[in-house]
Design a protein around this ligand. Structure first.
Ligand code: GAL
Length: 469
């Protein structure tokens, strides 16, 4: 049984839906820059207009109400609020926009969950070194304080940074996300480190200055696949799986929930690889300074983005300095798992249950919000998306089992995404929405998918059962 106050949500992110990239005083972000460069994104598409939620917010609100959501997860565009990234200049039009969104949601009895950072760094801060620069943590903390101060009277659930692992790796190791850097084996660890420092500073600011009055909760959204050994009895596969989990989930969750530092397995894997390749500098994995706010304990709940599962065996290195070589774990698909639209997204609902159990056991039974989970469609449009309907009902059943049978303290579930939107390097070719957005009709009409109706039914059913309605 889902608890009475269970959060039934859906999520979006500013760059993926808002558009209005230059509207009303917004500054450019790294995603504006990245998309405007040739060859970065599918068919050179960009989020200049996207779903135009900047102008069509009321349409989104109608969608939210149609689904019967209790919660809506959105992100704030840092550069819309603070165009050069600093509070020296506040863009009041940006403040007004988010005030309206938040107020409208609350007027409809929907609680906002607000992400401060979902991949879109102000370009002005990138020009000063971005997430590779140590100074970014203070910039982020100041931005976070500005947001707590401005919106925290009405926002009670905060995510500081969405998927630091993805920002670090895709943006700075693989170069396929903004800012498009390819500095394998070095930059991602530095970026991840500064993201953890930034997150911790913001959490401490909330804790010291806002918590008593605003009574909210703050965390960071960590993405992880469920991973299991390719051959359950093979020691090498078991060790590779452990390494792999540490390099994805553990990289950020271990310092925040367990020790205040990176998992030892991660550091020793990186250091021994450095030695092997004749790299004799300091550890490529930075160390936390004792003079800075502690990292341990800086999450009021566990925010999990789960999409898929993998089987793992050793290998997959690049023969040079890169994260893959450090990790020495190769991920393969189980042929029995169906694939959603995109090749990386194998549909494995039971993997979520296993991951939830793992989180309960490893991170001291935290309250968990599943802040993202979804299914993509590619190719011809299918409004009657039967496969996605099954995906949602199967997945939510696994969440129910995690709560009832495994005793995991799951507090909420957010489907990704409310709307079809700009899916990063895949542009508009990949559709995750519960509502279809017609990007060709000029009006950007929203049409509910069958899976949207299915999700609404599920929400209604559980609300009735718990007496929440
Ligand atoms: C996550 C990301 C979302 C969304 C989703 C689907 O990594 O936070 O913005 O794009 O993946 O790929």
């Amino acid at each position: 049984m889902f608890p009475l106050d269970f959060a039934w949500g859906a999520g979006t992110a500013a760059y993926q839906i808002e558009g209005g990239w230059q509207a009303d005083g917004k500054g450019p972000s790294i995603w504006d820059t990245f998309c405007h460069e040739k060859g970065r994104v599918f068919k050179e598409q960009n989020g200049d207009v996207a779903c135009n939620s900047f102008e069509l917010w009321e349409k989104d609100l109608e969608c939210i109400q149609l689904l019967g959501l209790t919660h809506y997860r959105l992100s704030l565009s840092w550069a819309r609020l603070l165009p050069d990234g600093t509070a020296r200049h506040v863009n009041q039009k940006g403040v007004q926009y988010y005030n309206k969104v938040i107020d409208d949601l609350r007027a409809c009895n929907v609680s906002p969950m607000v992400t401060l950072y979902h991949f879109d760094l102000p370009q002005a801060l990138q020009d000063q070194g971005g997430w590779k620069s140590s100074a970014i943590a203070t910039y982020f903390d100041n931005y976070a304080k500005f947001c707590f101060q401005t919106f925290g009277d009405r926002v009670k659930l905060w995510i500081t940074i969405n998927e630091p692992q993805v920002c670090a790796k895709l943006g700075h190791e693989d170069g396929i996300h903004a800012p498009g850097l390819k500095e394998p084996g070095i930059a991602a660890y530095l970026v991840g480190h500064n993201m953890l420092r930034a997150h911790a500073m913001a959490w401490h600011s909330y804790n010291s200055f806002y918590r008593a009055k605003q009574k909210g909760a703050v965390s960071l959204a960590i993405n992880s696949d469920w991973l299991e050994p390719l051959h359950p009895d093979c020691h090498e596969d078991i060790a590779a799986t452990e390494r792999d989990l540490v390099f994805t989930l553990g990289w950020f969750a271990w310092p925040v929930f367990v020790t205040g530092d990176y998992p030892e397995i991660m550091r020793s894997a990186i250091d021994s690889q450095s030695k092997k390749l004749g790299y004799h500098g300091n550890s490529r994995l930075p160390r936390f300074s004792k003079d800075e706010p502690a990292i341990l304990g800086t999450a009021d709940f566990f925010a999990l983005n789960y999409y898929t599962s993998r089987k793992v065996k050793p290998g997959g290195g690049c023969g040079q300095m890169c994260m893959k070589s450090d990790r020495d774990a190769e991920e393969v698909l189980d042929p029995s798992w169906p694939i959603s639209g995109v090749s990386w997204l194998a549909v494995v609902p039971h993997g979520l249950r296993k991951l939830l159990q793992y989180i309960k056991d490893t991170f001291n039974n935290p309250a968990v919000y599943i802040t993202e989970n979804g299914f993509s469609q590619i190719g011809p449009l299918q409004i009657e998306d039967i496969q996605r309907c099954k995906f949602y009902s199967d997945t939510i059943l696994e969440v129910a089992k995690a709560i009832e049978e495994d005793g995991v303290n799951v507090r909420g579930y957010f489907a990704w995404s409310l709307l079809d939107n700009f899916e990063w390097a895949d542009g508009f070719s990949v559709r995750f929405g519960l509502f279809h957005v017609d990007f060709c009709d000029g009006k950007l009409s929203r049409t509910i998918y069958r899976s949207g109706r299915e999700y609404a039914k599920i929400i209604m059913k559980y609300k009735r059962e718990t007496g929440a309605q």
